[in-house]
Design a protein around this ligand. Sequence first.
Ligand code: B12
Ligand code: SF4
Ligand code: SF4
Length: 378
Amino acid sequence: MDGASLSLRLHRPSFHHPTSDIRHPVAIYNQLVTSEQVKLRAVELGFDVCGIAPVGAHPELTFFREWLDRGYAGEMHYLQRSADRRADVRAVMPGARSVIALGTIYNVDRPYSTEVTDNATALIARYAWGDDYHDVIQRRMDALLDWMRERAGVEFEARAYVDTGPVQERVYAQYAGLGWIGRNTCLINPDLGSWIFLSEILCSLPLEPDLPALDQCGSCTLCLEACPTGALVEPHVLDSTRCLSYLTIELKGSIPEAWRESVAGHAYGCDVCQEVCPWNLRAAVDTQPASPWLPRAAFDAPPLARLWRMTDDELRGALKGSAMTRAGVKRLRRNIAVCAGATGDEAALVALAEVDEPSCAEPLVAEHVDWARGRSRG
Ligand code: B12
Ligand code: SF4
Ligand code: SF4
């Protein structure tokens, strides 16, 4: 299917408003744990935004299969394996009646990568700087669930996920009113911006749902224009195989040569399509002095050369308990080598030649180092 017909089928105006057909009559909503109370408690536990989505055949859920068929998932085979469950939360939990969607701001007061002007800095995606969000947010959701169970008056079934379950989190967040899915495919909250982790509790309690958020991208196309690799192949459609986030985090093997130059200084993930978004010009910031999202010292705008010169043990120590364990030391070195070659940063290229840690001898790393050094000679 070509891009034009795909967009046509999924054109936003065709989405029906769920209020009339999915909401339950008020009388059957749980009275001991109401939606309002859940939202208040969520905020007390550290969530920044909470809404309730109805379960249902939301039209956006159907796009997932087409996205897979187009090959846009690349080597993320787990997405293929769980496609049936991702089509509807009732395939994950047949008794699900409500989805409690939760948003957590992870933005902290540091410049955007688009504001960094020197080549020598390793650009690391904002979400990965601090503690692993899976752990932090799972604890908060467990606390919310404990509280709900104490009050509910009846036993109920629930499952809590933070990027850990076969759930299309952005779709449910949109239907819970947390924000709209922007053309960059990110969930954007009109007051907070898009630096928000999503998580959700599927639950068998009938809770009064919220209204879905409205699209406010207007005529803007800044994200599509700014993407360094053209990965946003059309509005709302991201081809992972071109996305720097995929290439530097999810891809286990060699980074295809065609994309290495575009990696530039992006040593881990990419934030460009969110940084250029007007809704993030004044995005909300987590200002707590002990915010879990503040960068660890090793990842606070480090020069590429300094990162490369860390020993394997030091790197492992810095990665421990952060979301960056996903790529590990080997893939992080692979990425830094590509950054050195792509940016031509002298200090980083010298470091590539001098450091002799065990991970540098791994074939995957060595191949990228050779490429970088070859480029600098050529
Ligand atoms: C696989 C994955 C990736 C892949 C693919 C991303 C993608 N856009 O598909 C890669 C590795 C590239 C990636 C990158 C990132 N990710 Co990611 N990722 C996921 C994951 C696990 C699944 C997403 C998925 O199902 N993709 C498949 C596509 C089809 O779904 P979708 O992106 O949600 O797209 C929906 C809409 O775009 C809509 N749609 C599609 N076409 C059209 C057309 C029209 C006309 C309309 C109206 C709608 C529409 O329907 C789709 C749903 O079916 C989710 C967690 C989860 N379980 O949901 C996190 C998640 C989406 N990622 C997240 C983050 C933080 C990131 C990064 C910012 C990390 C980084 N800095 O490097 C980047 C952002 C890149 C980007 N622009 O999306 C957050 C996003 C939070 C937010 N505010 O949106 C999530 C929700 C994790 C979390 N729990 O917080 N990610
Ligand atoms: S994360 Fe970067 S590479 Fe991926 S779509 Fe956004 S701008 Fe493009
Ligand atoms: S940059 Fe513009 S088009 Fe892209 S998500 Fe933001 S508002 Fe929407």
